[in-house]
Design a protein around this ligand. Structure first.
Ligand SMILES: Nc1ncnc2c1ncn2[C@@H]1O[C@H](COP(=O)(O)OP(=O)(O)OP(=O)(O)O)[C@@H](O)[C@H]1O
Length: 419
């Protein structure tokens, strides 16, 4: 086991009249890049500020390089930890270089100017974050993202083994954001230990070796990104249903937060009859617009089945090429009966999914999405087309293209009027 560079035991953190975090325990070893994640107001900044000794602890211990943080003199502490704080105010009369030079303060006495060695470190730090060309520009004259990179250079110039970075990506475009993550990785590879607050969970998953999830007044999870970024953990931390999709190709994670529903708001339930991938965008759009969505019957392995798992609250998935799955048909029928509106996607119909048209027949309110004539989508020798024509003749049925539906679907909130 590596020596703990940061060691936090049973920490209680917060403010005079308000305890924000209880019982936080973890330790960080050399070379770790640790992302601190959690909802707004969860206590991430409070944790970092307490660990750095800027906020008094309400209980527990924080050790940096084996020493209790409260016992380390300020200048010695500044040689151990550099802290990029959120929303720091800096006198705007200073040039970028002067701001970065302030990072050298733990190494200077009041009578000493910067040595050639300090100058070299300042220049290298500014090169690292690509702001050397702004050296003589006053901070007042540079953009928000450039300012953030100047502040990062200042933190680097402090040359500490530990870095605490509170949302260092604020204001950075995607290219610089990734670059900052990559240089954090490089610094950790060189032996530094970095804890950074990050809101972009996908980037956190790709770049951090470990995540600490803060929520509900404590440490909800601690471990590698795949173990921390689960539906259960994130739903707890963010206080609403969250879906998590890990992309094995890019290593990134997509997180879809459910809507914060007003308890009195009754949104229509929409059942989507899909298959062969035609339902995928319909399911996604309905769910992200806030509808309660169910899906059926779709086949395992089909992208509609994946979309159902991610976005739908209920679904019926059958084995691929399963003919006449009676149980699936019954379950699908129940979802149709429960829905306020059923949407029949523009699917291709073979003998194994003919039952989907029977299910649509039972819908009280039906919208048919028709992107091409049924005859070109009928693989049953005419049975599907015949059933489909009966559907078209049903009372109150609406027929439209899928793209037209995307515009119309918001009026489903007033479905009585529109269907
Ligand atoms: N100086 C303060 N005095 C009292 N309460 C505070 C103070 N600063 C923050 N808080 C409260 O402490 C809680 C945690 O705030 P903190 O800034 O640590 O959250 P955070 O996770 O960093 O949030 P965000 O993601 O929005 O930056 C919040 O409820 C906040 O209102």
């Amino acid at each position: 086991m590596k020596r703990a560079i940061v060691n936090v035991q049973a920490l209680r953190a917060g403010y005079e009249k308000k305890i924000v975090l209880q019982d936080i325990s973890f330790s960080a070893g050399q070379g770790e890049l640790i992302g601190i994640i959690g909802a707004n107001g969860a206590g991430k900044s409070t944790l970092l500020r307490t660990m750095r000794g800027l906020l008094p602890r309400q209980g527990g211990r924080v050790e940096l390089l084996g020493r209790e943080v409260g016992t380390i003199p300020e200048k010695a502490l500044a040689k151990q930890v550099a802290f990029l704080q959120q929303a720091v105010e800096i006198g705007f009369g200073y040039t970028s270089k002067e701001v970065v030079a302030a990072g050298r303060y733990p190494y200077l006495s009041w009578w000493q100017g910067e040595s050639p060695e300090d100058e070299k470190i300042i220049r290298e730090s500014m090169e690292y974050t690509d702001v050397l060309s702004l050296a003589d520009t006053p901070l007042a004259n540079i953009s928000g993202g450039q300012k953030q990179r100047v502040l990062l250079a200042k933190v680097l110039a402090q040359q500490t083994p530990i870095l605490f970075l509170d949302e260092p990506m604020t204001g950075l475009d995607v290219v610089y954001q990734e670059e900052i993550f990559r240089f954090c990785q490089r610094l950790c590879h060189q032996g530094k230990t970095i804890l950074l607050v990050v809101h972009d969970l996908s980037a956190a998953a790709r770049f951090c070796s470990r995540l600490l999830l803060i929520g509900r007044g404590g440490l909800l999870a601690d471990g590698p990104p795949t173990a921390v970024l689960t539906r259960e953990h994130l739903s707890q931390a963010y206080g609403l249903p969250v879906q998590v999709v890990h992309n094995p190709v890019t290593g990134s994670v997509e997180v879809f937060a459910g809507l914060r529903r007003n308890k009195n708001e009754q949104l229509p339930r929409v059942h989507v009859i899909a298959g062969g991938g035609c339902g995928c965008p319909v399911i996604r759009r309905l769910a992200t617009a806030g509808f309660e969505v169910s899906v059926g019957v779709v086949a395992e392995g089909d992208s509609d089945a994946e979309a159902a798992r991610i976005f739908a609250e209920d679904y019926v998935i059958t084995k691929p090429f399963a003919d006449n799955d009676a149980d699936a048909a019954v379950a699908n029928g129940k979802l149709v009966a429960r829905a306020d509106v059923t949407v029949l996607c523009s699917l291709h119909v073979g003998k194994n999914n003919l039952g989907n048209l029977d299910a649509a027949m039972k819908a009280e309110k039906l919208i048919i999405l028709e992107d091409s004539p049924i005859d070109g989508r009928d693989y049953t020798g005419g049975r599907a087309a015949a059933l489909y024509r009966q559907l078209l003749a049903k009372h109150g049925v609406k027929v439209m293209s899928t793209s037209a539906f995307y515009h119309e679907m918001y009026s489903l909130h007033e479905d009585e009027k529109t269907v």
